[in-house]
Design a protein around this ligand. Structure first.
Ligand code: PEP
Length: 257
């Protein structure tokens, strides 16, 4: 099942290649009660875990937290060693996946064209894609951020209908801010999220641009999450490092209530 089509606040953790099954279970047991706080405050709260952790985390948290994957393949099955399909994720109750994270774009040759296929595969399975975009430091310093991100969005959304486009969650994550402790200012985050919203307006219409959710990611911490979320076009945060410990994950949530 897809997430609600509304611009609810969204806090999504990305554990990357962290947490053994035992560690993931410990986190899940401690964090599952946070789901009630999130629901009462109309916030979507989730974590994207390594494949091996997904079944256990999902079994522990049930529907109290959203449990997502960090990647998926666009085909249903076949000779793709090491890959996992949307159908496989769906069978274990996983309804969301990050797509096109900059680390996968950099180390695994993930292109926006490939992301587009993955987005379509997720939507076909009624799952939510969280599509990441964002520029490198070099692109930022050359002043080419907007052209670069626009291409990522246009290619990622190629041939999606308006109805499908609205179901995608976009995460704007400048690469120079990911895991560096050097977060973008709230003004940059807002400017880019607004820019992306306008691309959606140009590709579809005002309605689609008002409905789509756009998150900021890049060194979001408990002490800066509120300022990002106070921006009109920033609907939530994709958080790596600060989502790994339950205390800090909880603080992220409470600081945006
Ligand atoms: C991320 O993993 O997408 C991310 C933004 O990481 P961090 O919060 O650690 O910068």
């Amino acid at each position: 099942m897809l997430l609600d089509k509304m611009r609810k606040k969204f806090l999504l953790g990305n554990w990357k290649m962290n947490k053994t099954v035992a560690e993931a279970k410990e986190f899940a047991n401690e964090a599952k009660s946070l789901g009630d706080i999130a629901k009462k405050n109309n916030i979507d709260l989730g974590v994207c875990a390594p494949f091996i952790d997904l079944i256990d985390v999902k079994n522990i948290v049930g529907d109290s937290l959203i449990v997502g994957a960090q990647n998926c393949h666009y085909l249903e099955k076949g000779a793709f060693t090491g890959e996992i399909s949307c159908e496989m994720l769906k069978e274990i109750g996983i309804n969301l996946s990050i797509i096109g994270h900059s680390e996968r774009r950099e180390y695994d040759n993930e292109t926006s064209t490939k992301c587009n296929l993955k987005i379509k595969a997720l939507l076909k399975n009624e799952m939510t894609p969280v599509y990441c975009c964002g520029e490198s430091l070099k692109t930022y310093e050359e002043g080419k951020t907007k052209d670069f991100v626009k291409t990522q969005i246009v290619e990622g959304f190629k041939d999606l209908t308006k109805l499908d486009a609205e179901k995608v969650v976009i995460a704007y994550e400048p690469i120079w801010a990911i895991g560096t402790g050097k977060s973008a200012s709230k003004e940059i985050a807002e400017d880019m999220c607004k820019f992306i919203r306008n691309i959606i307006k140009d590709l579809y219409d005002e309605d689609a641009s008002n409905n789509i959710r756009i998150l900021y990611g890049g060194s979001v911490k408990p002490n800066n999450i509120a300022e990002y979320l106070s921006q009109p076009d920033v609907d939530g945060a994709l958080v790596g490092g600060a989502s790994l410990k339950v205390d800090s994950y909880k603080e992220l949530l409470t600081n945006l209530l």
